[in-house]
Design a protein around this ligand. Structure first.
Ligand code: BG6
Ligand code: MG
Length: 241
């Protein structure tokens, strides 16, 4: 299958002067939409992913820790399982893998029931409302197939203009499909959208989709970010630049 995106090192690099001119143009043009990753950006489900994978790994007798868990951020459920199974001394059949992924998801979904509107911080909620007041279209771009359920739990079930998630994609981040679909659902060109991400896989997906990205949390440390956010509300000043 032909890929639709370019690797970051295939994208034309600009001189410092050209870079400033093009940044200035983008800033003057302004963004029309923002696509948010969900886990690690809008709310935090890492601990539940960890607990569910740990339970499964223990059952399989496979070593699993927080460092390995960190590698799972942004990638799909099955790819996460494949990373965990790197420490397994035998090859699992496809059927066994599917059963494992299903089992982990059942444990994870039970844990997600602990989430409430308290898991949405006031800072995130108020910033989202202010971005909307500025006329921006707001979307979710998440690899998770549980995005809808999580959004319901934290009280954002009807908030976003569109949700592009693990249910409408064939390829997971770092492929840009989830973000390109979100832009398409918003009726915007990729360049008109800003992606907000915490994971390396998601930042790379944004770059491959020709979108600027704001990195938050560990994502702010990455060289792939266009804007580094100290906190979520800093998005308001990024959008005004
Ligand atoms: C992403 C998480 O949002 O969703 C990943 O960062 C996770 O860690 C992926 O593997 C898939 O989630 P789910 O809910 O479909 O198992
Ligand atoms: Mg994330």
């Amino acid at each position: 299958m032909q890929r639709l995106w370019k690797e970051p090192d295939e994208i034309k690099t600009f001189t410092e002067e050209e870079e400033n001119i093009s940044k200035e143009r983008v800033q003057r043009m302004g963004k029309k939409g923002i696509i948010f990753d969900l886990d690690g950006v809008i709310c935090h489900t890492d601990k539940y992913h960890y607990q569910a994978w740990k339970k499964l790994a223990d059952k399989l007798g496979v070593y699993f820790d927080e460092v390995i868990n960190n590698r799972l951020r942004g990638v799909s459920r099955m790819e996460s399982l494949n990373i965990i199974l790197e420490k397994c001394d035998r090859e699992l059949t496809i059927q066994e893998k599917e059963a494992c992924a299903e089992e982990k998801n059942e444990i994870y979904k039970e844990l997600l029931k602990n989430m409430t509107t308290e898991d949405l911080s006031r800072e995130v909620r108020e910033t989202l409302e202010q971005l909307r007041e500025k006329g921006l279209k707001l979307a979710i771009g998440s690899s998770s197939k549980n995005a809808g359920f999580i959004l319901e739990r934290i009280g954002l079930g009807d908030f976003f203009d569109t949700v592009s998630d693990g249910n409408n994609i064939t390829f997971s981040k770092p492929d840009p499909e989830v973000f390109l679909k979100a832009a398409q659902f918003l009726n915007l060109q990729p360049e008109q959208c800003l992606v907000v991400e915490d994971a390396e896989a998601g930042l790379l997906a944004a770059k491959r989709g020709n979108m600027d990205c704001a990195g938050i949390g560990e994502g702010a440390e990455s060289h792939l970010t266009t804007y580094k956010l100290c906190d979520f509300q800093e998005l308001l000043s990024v959008i005004e630049k």
